[in-house]
Design a protein around this ligand. Structure first.
Ligand code: FES
Length: 111
């Protein structure tokens, strides 16, 4: 199992859950009732699943595709470690993953 930590926009820990390898981060976020809209449900037509990944964890993830990079350009509050949760598949090698939910109108709880 992979330990996933969701942090609020201010950096405080909101929820810590365990997820099976092969699970998509967006699905883990939804199951954990995190405020990620994910409007297109992963077909890369929005950026409402934007998360900010912990720096060390970011380095261990496979690189984002060019398409994902282009969509991230549209995301509010994007940083160097921003990713789309619909494009992150949790792997055994990862072990754990910490992400922060960015503020913004599309992430309704913290808008
Ligand atoms: S849910 Fe739309 S790009 Fe991730």
């Amino acid at each position: 199992m992979i330990r996933v930590r969701f942090h609020k926009p201010d950096g405080t820990l909101d929820k810590e859950v365990e997820a099976k390898p092969g699970t998509r981060l967006l699905d883990v976020a939804w199951a954990a009732k995190q405020p990620l809209e994910g409007a297109c449900e992963g077909v890369m037509a929005c950026s409402t699943c934007h998360v900010i990944v912990d720096k060390a964890d970011f380095e261990r993830l496979p690189r984002a595709s060019d398409e994902e990079e282009d969509l991230l350009d549209l995301a509010a509050h994007a940083t160097r470690t921003s990713r789309l949760a619909c494009q992150i598949i949790l792997s055994d090698e990862l072990g754990s993953l910490s992400v922060r939910i960015p503020p913004g109108s599309r992430n309704w709880l913290y808008g």
